[in-house]
Design a protein around this ligand. Structure first.
Ligand code: ATP
Ligand code: MG
Length: 758
């Protein structure tokens, strides 16, 4: 439906409420535009308004606009916002999406030009790695020496820079297998073509090749896309930017109708090839570009903004900008020091339950972590409390590939007839058992009516398999036997450690030096920590099975758990930032690899995290973390020192608040009194007892064991229990309380283990 042009003073709905520079960004439709502005200043909003304006003004049909966002979630949100502004026309935009999605759509129309058919498949990283392994094999290289994953990472970096196999600089081709990097890259591309398949990087790379080589195709797309819009421009990589230039830059015959919005302070993907230089190159590549700055922040309250601005000011390499808000000062950013990771999860859960009681929807709460492994403690705590959560942009801890692999090893050891588990690990890491050998074992198992492991054991004694396969299988079976024999005498966590080393699984990951592999190793370390809490492997495996079963989608509002990277562009009323300790955040690995530049990127991540919060930001920092069963004391993140006192409220409050606790245990002066709570959790006792710390801590523990009854808690009182969360007391029987918990149902608990809540 064509809308009448806005001719009178009243604003059309899509321009309503925009401030003057936002309005300029939305309505300056002739010529290139670059909006450079800080977090929460309405860049995405202005870009969406521009989209609506173009459509409403009939400057272009929906199919004539290319609008790229960073994630699918962001694309969905933009579509939804657009729909609210202009109605169902928003649904018809075929080229609104991520770089990958829009490129895939375009490439289908020209697949033949790069030797593919239009129905080409898009391989995920796992498939690609398998293919790369084959290529390495066929090139007669030892994959243990030159891991496929490392080759994939290298090739991905080349693709992100828009480099095909022939364009790889001589010096860089040396990086892999004695100078065979570019050759292997070429072979992989040939294999992909053979399979009629692409990986993610190819989508852009092929399009770039097509747009470069075929002037007619380029001219057609340049004419089709009358307007191009890009959100989160600071994180585009070289290939993405080249693609944009081919589509619209005057140097390539384009019309220059490109609008980009971004924030140099939020550039957090340099490790994936993002180039902040693109922002600086824009004015050169798109002459006459209008630079628009937005300074009013509409998202956060004054304290949050003040803290974030001060933090990012410590970066030297930035364009610099001022931000202000009319939202009022709000609450200071709360910095909470907790004892350890579990205490951290409890502290957050307790605060979330309080928020929920006060009427906050869980959909308005997010927990942001630096590393994937950090979600584990939160997940377990929330599952126990029945607090619904979801993980965005990542996989739940126990569903990650490396965790499943490790669990499959454990299952194989604990349960001799677990065929599925055995099949999962029999050739991971590779021990010469190809698909054919495995099919043979499977067939034999069926025939003989045996479980796969037993069948494998028998077949290994015969000549059914080739020599390499047989050796590999015998070796594995021998090790499984050793691990099984060690079961009764070895601590579960130590056994897992032995298995991860003895199986070669860790070595496989270590050989691959990508950031992703390091993340997987971290996850495995976290798994070892998780196992430490259980008396034996069997009960641990049961626990995991129960946790995994908890996966129903019921439309309930949920707390969001995600990494800082995945949180870009999003906003929540309440944001919890976990794990602000040196080494974890800023990440030691990043600092070791990237030095000062990496530190600045870590700081930008912190800035992104803080600026996600609308009303309240809470930062947590643990005084100690357990690494390999050892307690290590952690230093608070240097970023905490960079937050100005004026905007921050620092507390060492542990779950529930020290004053309440002190009242309960009657030890007003014990700085470790909070530790007494460890006594309330089963595993906590073990943990605390293993702690090499001094007697003060054990005193705290002792205090917990001899807790006085707390007669002050009567029927009807609101209480917080370490394990079950918030609840209301229904009945009392001496020192036992019957409590109806908000999430965990009715339970009998000891009154010494609950805290009265106001
Ligand atoms: P980020 O840098 O995090 O991507 P952004 O600059 O894209 O942030 P938006 O997400 O567009 O910011 O806007 C932040 C919040 O401010 C949103 O809730 C948005 O609706 C609101 N907002 C933006 N502009 C205005 C305005 N002119 N009046 C009122 N609210 C606004
Ligand atoms: Mg945005």
């Amino acid at each position: 439906m064509p809308r009448p042009k806005a001719m009178h003073a009243a604003d059309p709905p899509w321009l309503e409420g925009l401030n003057p520079p936002q309005r300029e960004a939305a309505t300056a439709l002739d010529g290139p535009v670059l909006v450079l502005a800080g977090a929460g200043t309405g860049k995405t909003r202005a870009l969406t308004a521009r989209l609506a304006h173009i459509l409403a003004e009939r400057r272009a049909w929906p199919s004539q606009i290319l609008a790229v966002t960073f994630t699918n979630k962001a694309a969905r949100e933009m579509r939804a916002r657009l729909r609210a502004l202009i109605g169902p026309e928003a649904e018809t935009m075929p080229y609104l999406g991520t770089f990958h999605a829009t490129a895939a759509r375009m490439l289908r129309r020209h697949a033949e030009l790069v030797g593919l058919s239009p129905s080409f498949a898009i391989l995920d990283p796992d498939d690609l790695e398998r293919l790369a392994r084959r290529v390495i094999d066929e090139a007669k290289l030892d994959e243990r020496r030159w891991p496929a994953r490392q080759l994939c990472a290298l090739i991905d970096r080349w693709k992100n820079r828009g480099l095909g196999p022939e364009e790889v600089p001589e010096a860089e081709a040396q990086a892999f297998a004695h100078g065979r990097g570019a050759e292997l890259y070429g072979r992989l591309q040939a294999e992909l073509r053979q399979l009629n398949a692409c990986d993610f990087g190819d989508l852009l790379l092929h399009l770039i090749a097509i747009l470069r080589r075929h002037d007619d195709v380029r001219a057609r797309w340049q004419a089709q896309f009358r307007y191009l819009l890009v959100d989160e421009f600071q994180d585009t990589n070289a290939a993405q930017y080249l693609w944009l230039r081919l589509l619209a830059a005057p140097a390539f015959g384009g019309h220059g109708q490109v609008a980009c919005v971004g924030d140099d302070d939020q550039s957090i993907y340099s490790w994936r090839g993002a180039e902040i230089g693109n922002m600086l190159g824009f004015a050169r590549d798109f002459p006459g570009a209008r630079l628009i700055r937005l300074e009013q922040n509409y998202r956060s309250t004054g304290h949050i903004l003040g803290a974030a601005s001060a933090l990012i000011a410590a970066n030297r390499h930035r364009l610099g900008k001022t931000l202000w808000t009319e939202a009022g000062a709000g609450e200071p950013v709360e910095v909470v020091t907790v004892w350890d990771g579990e205490e951290e999860a409890h502290a957050v859960a307790q605060r979330i339950e309080r928020l929920e009681r006060e009427g906050t929807s869980l959909a308005e709460v997010a927990i942001l972590v630096r590393a994937q492994f950090q979600t584990r403690a939160f997940e377990e705590c929330f599952l126990r409390l029945g607090l619904p959560y979801r993980i965005v942009g990542g996989v739940r801890f126990y569903e990650r590939a490396e965790i499943r692999d490790a669990l499959a090893y454990l299952r194989t050891v604990v349960r001799p007839d677990d065929s599925l588990a055995f099949e999962r690990i029999v050739n991971t890491p590779r021990r010469g058992l190809g698909e054919k050998s495995i099919a043979r074992i499977r067939a034999f198992a069926r025939q003989a009516g045996l479980a796969l492991p037993a069948a494998a054991e028998r077949i290994a004694e015969t000549d059914e398999l080739g020599a390499t396969a047989r050796r590999g299988l015998r070796d594995l079976i021998g090790k499984i036997g050793e691990w099984r024999a060690a079961l009764p005498t070895t601590e579960p966590a130590a056994l897992l450690d032995t298995i991860l080393d003895g199986s070669g699984y860790r070595a496989m990951l270590s050989a691959d030096r990508s950031a992703e592999a390091e993340g997987r190793l971290e996850n495995l370390r976290e798994l070892v920590r998780a196992v430490e809490e259980f008396p034996d492997l069997g009960s641990f495996l049961d626990h995991v099975a129960l946790v995994m079963d908890n996966e129903r989608e019921d439309g309930r509002a949920r707390v969001t758990l995600m990494t800082l990277h995945a949180a870009k562009g999003l906003e929540f009323d309440h944001v919890f930032l976990a794990g602000w300790e040196e080494g974890l955040f800023p990440s030691l690995r990043a600092l070791e690899e990237g030095g000062e530049a990496a530190l600045e990127e870590e700081r930008r991540l912190a800035y992104v995290g803080l600026t996600r919060a609308r009303r309240r930001a809470t930062i947590l920092s643990a005084a100690s973390r357990r690494i390999h069963g050892q307690w290590t004391s952690a230093l608070p993140s240097r970023f905490l020192d960079e937050l100005p006192d004026a905007h921050v409220h620092r507390t060492t409050t542990m779950t529930g608040g020290p004053s309440l606790w002190r009242a309960a245990v009657g030890r007003a002066d014990d700085p470790f009194a909070h530790l007494a709570q460890a006594g309330g959790r089963g595993p906590g006792v073990v943990r605390a007892a293993r702690h090499p710390g001094g007697p003060t801590r054990l005193d705290g523990l002792a205090a917990a064991r001899t807790l006085p009854a707390n007669p002050a808690i009567g029927v009807g009182a609101r209480v917080f229990h370490d394990k079950f969360g918030m609840g209301t007391v229904r009945a009392r029987d001496a020192s036992k309380l019957e409590v109806e918990f908000d999430h965990a149902g009715i339970r009998m608990v000891m009154d010494g283990f609950v805290q009265p809540m106001p």
